[in-house]
Ligand binder design. Structure first.
Ligand SMILES: O=C(O)CC1=CCC(=O)O1
Length: 275
């Protein structure tokens, strides 16, 4: 397929189904692919797409189960989520890219570093961990969502701000908080539950030491979900990796976009050839 600018999301056919994708930036630039967190959509990267499109062809996609991407019956596993990224790159004829994912998206980035590092110049793992949360918690959340459908998504959206943002940000930026809650409220229950199960099943602690691609571990100083200690633990075992801590909670690209973009831009400039 000829890669053009698709600033508005479109449906990209791949061997693993049709994914909702948006592309910003000139086709001659190196590719940066952005991966969303659980319960959000590619719209979470609006600010970063605008910033990084000056130097990169920015490809955003919705993870399986989310916002127009395939909602196949679960459970999913992280192999599915990683293979989807490779299918999207293949469908766009992109041999090599840089990757930035947040939370579940960052966990997918770790899988890509372990299993397909040759396809990436650089991998940024933001607000994430080699094992996110505890399996039982994710399995229970998946079961609740399956049992209660749209009502459960609304309940999760109501409680999301405390998991995603600091109290100070919730007070000062209610419009951003409402926007993010709206993304979660619109996710298909089966897709959300199936991704919870992927997080329940996945434990990459024993394999991330094999990552040889330049890796950034970006943490939010006030993140209660995936902590600075989680990022430090990954940094200790991924050879040559870098650590950055930004003043934010879990959705740090929304809460501290300037600090997030500065850390990511610095890392990419050091890691990506010809930038
Ligand atoms: O529970 C949440 O909403 C936070 C979260 C954990 C993994 C992820 O992607 O988001």
């Amino acid at each position: 397929m000829t890669i053009e600018q698709h600033a508005s999301p479109f449906f990209l056919p791949t061997v693993r189904g049709q994914f909702r994708v948006a592309i910003n930036g000139d086709a001659s630039l190196p590719t940066l692919i952005l991966s969303n967190s659980l319960g959000t959509t590619l719209e979470m990267w609006e600010a970063q797409a605008a910033t990084f499109a000056e130097n990169y062809r920015v490809v955003r996609y919705n993870t399986r189960g989310h916002g127009g991407s395939p909602v196949t019956p679960g459970p999913y596993n992280v192999d599915d989520l990683g293979a989807d990224v490779l299918a999207i790159l293949d469908a766009l004829d992109i041999e090599k890219a840089s990757f930035c994912g947040i939370s579940m998206g960052g966990h997918t980035g770790l899988w890509l570093g372990v299993h397909a590092g040759h396809r990436f110049d650089a991998i940024a793992v933001c607000n994430s961990a080699a094992k996110i949360g505890i399996a039982q918690g994710w399995s229970e959340r998946a079961a609740t969502v399956r049992a209660n459908g749209a009502g459960a998504m609304q309940t999760l959206a109501d409680s999301a701000p405390g998991r995603w943002f600091t109290e100070e940000f919730i007070r000062s930026h209610p419009e951003v908080v409402r926007l993010a809650q709206g993304w979660l409220g619109g996710i298909a229950p089966e897709g959300y539950a199936a991704c919870c199960e992927a997080l329940a099943l996945s434990d990459l602690r024993g394999s991330i030491g094999r990552i040889a691609t330049p890796t950034l571990l970006l943490a939010g100083a006030s993140d209660p979900v995936t902590t600075v200690a989680d990022a430090e633990a990954m940094c200790a075992v991924i050879s040559g990796s870098k650590l950055a801590v930004v003043p934010a909670s879990h959705l740090s690209n929304l809460e501290a976009p300037q600090a997030f973009e500065h850390a990511l831009a610095t890392f990419l400039a050091e890691s990506v050839p010809s930038i």
